[in-house]
Every structure is written in C-alpha cells, then in structure tokens.
Design a protein around this ligand. Structure first.
Ligand code: G3D
Ligand code: MG
Length: 188
C-alpha cells in the first residue's frame, strides 16, 4: 500500500469517528456547485456567487454531521487542483447543469475521468445532482442516467441521481439525506 493510500485511509477513519466527512464537489463550471453549497449553508438561494477561482472550502452541518465540502473550480486550468483534494474523501458529489444539453458530453467525460475511473475515489458513494430543474429544458434523472451511461458505468458503485434546484431548493435536502445515510452506513 502506498503512503498516499495509507494517509487517505487514516484520514477517512479519523473523520468518520468524529462524524465528520470530507466530500468533493465536482462538475463543470457554472453547474451550480457553489450555489448548492451556499444553499445548504444558509437554507436559501444566494445569487451573489462569484465564479470560483481555484477552490471553495466550506462546512455544511447536516443531520449531526460536519461535512467539509471542497468545491473545486471546473475550468480547465484548475482541474489539476482536484488531485490535491482526493485523499480522505468519503463521498463525491457531481453537479450537472441539466438544462445545458450542449455541455453534457463534456460533463460525462469529466465524470468518467475524475470519478468513475479515478482509483483514489474507487468505491465511494457518488451523489449526482441533476441541478437547475427550475429551468424549462432541464433533463430529468431517468434520461440523464441513460445519456451519461450511468446504468453501465456505475454498476459497481453506490450512486443516486436527484433532480434538484439550488435556486428553489427542490430535491436538495433529499439529496443530502441520501448522502448522510451513506456516511452512516460507512461508519457502522
Ligand atoms: P459553479 O460553482 O458550479 O461554477 P455557480 O456554479 O454556483 O457559480 O452557478 C453558476 C450560475 O448558475 C449562477 O448564475 C447561479 O446563480 C446559477 N445557478 C446555480 N444553481 C442554479 C439552479 O438550480 N437554477 C438556476 N436557474 N440557476 C442556478 P450567474 O447568473 O451568477 O452566472
Ligand atoms: Mg463555483
């Protein structure tokens, strides 16, 4: 086992014992990662989110858990930062702009490279947020699962897709309840 893997396991065990978890939030730029995190922190939509430069590290308190979210900028030039944050992550959240069909192939590629086929994140539960469901052209979970090939790619992984809106809050608490349930299962 490499020193990197040992460190990652040690960090995960320590955080779990304290009902703390580190969660990576990834997705293309403008998918709504920062807005979603802010919604969880304040219980309402914040329209003053500036584009993330580099990374946003935040803490969400939910259902007795302290969840450190690492919201990493999706722009190409910042993707190297994702690597830095892999160790010790208990789960991943992948946020998709469900109304941006044009960028779906790009989102799918990032999901494959950084989550599905990433050895550092192997086996961890993955919450997929089909965000921006308040927009009229938003694609809903069943079709998104097909378009992203999740039914095949994710067959060995625990995952769930939730239709959400970080604007009106639809589905957000349900999605985080699923995530926390996964953390509880890991802890048991
Ligand atoms: P990112 O952190 O993934 O890069 P942001 O994305 O959270 O910065 O959000 C990008 C833009 O999408 C923001 O609008 C934000 O208000 C908007 N947004 C986020 N979530 C939703 C949602 O659920 N519905 C709608 N309609 N918009 C959303 P601006 O205009 O500031 O670029
Ligand atoms: Mg952001």
């Amino acid at each position: 086992m490499s020193a990197f893997t040992s460190f990652s396991l040690w960090l995960k065990r320590k955080l779990k014992a304290e009902k703390r978890a580190k969660i990576l939030i990834v997705g293309l730029d403008s998918a709504g990662k920062t807005t979603l995190t802010k919604y969880m922190n304040t219980g309402r939509f914040q329209d003053d989110t500036a584009p993330t430069i580099g990374q946003n590290i935040d803490t969400i308190n939910f259902d007795g858990w302290d969840i450190t979210t690492v919201d990493v900028a999706g722009q190409q030039q910042f993707r190297f930062l994702w690597e830095v944050h892999y160790p010790g992550c208990s789960a991943a959240i992948f946020v998709i702009d469900s109304a941006d069909i044009e960028r779906l192939p790009e989102a799918r590629e990032i999901l494959q490279t950084h989550v599905f086929h990433n050895p550092h994140l192997a086996g961890i539960p993955t919450l997929i947020i089909a965000n921006k469901q308040d927009l009229p052209d938003a694609i809903q979970a069943p079709l998104l699962i097909q378009l992203l090939n999740l039914h095949l790619e994710m067959k060995d992984r625990t995952f769930a897709v939730f239709d959400c809106s970080a604007l009106n809050g639809r589905g957000v608490l349900e999605a985080f309840a699923w995530l926390v349930n996964q953390l509880e299962i890991q802890k048991a």
